[in-house]
Design a protein around this ligand. Structure first.
Ligand SMILES: [Zn+2]
Length: 95
């Protein structure tokens, strides 16, 4: 994937993000210490992130909008991220 793919008329669209991305990242950082069996490898970290975001309806904002900064992790995000850890720990996508 080339960065240029996200540019229209010189305007980068990479600053338009799913508001739940940072919520999921924050929640993953908070929960990782609880999962001693999690291997912390790049593939598994990316899989927990992707699996979590795939299960949450996406909501896109400009990162410089005030709405974006008001996005807080909630109980649903925690449940979904915990489920993703459970799935990836039990079925890692590598030997
Ligand atoms: Zn792994």
């Amino acid at each position: 994937m080339k960065t240029n793919d996200y540019v229209i008329n010189g305007v980068s669209l990479e600053n338009v993000r799913n508001g739940y991305e940072f919520s999921v990242i924050d929640m993953m950082k908070k929960l990782i210490p609880e999962y001693s069996e999690f291997d912390n490898c790049p593939i598994c970290i990316e899989d927990v992130y992707a699996l979590s975001l795939s299960r949450i309806p996406s909501t896109y904002f400009r990162t410089n909008s005030t709405f974006f900064n008001n996005f807080e992790p909630n109980e649903t995000v925690e449940e979904i991220v915990r489920y993703a850890f459970f799935q990836v720990i039990n079925q890692p996508k590598h030997p």
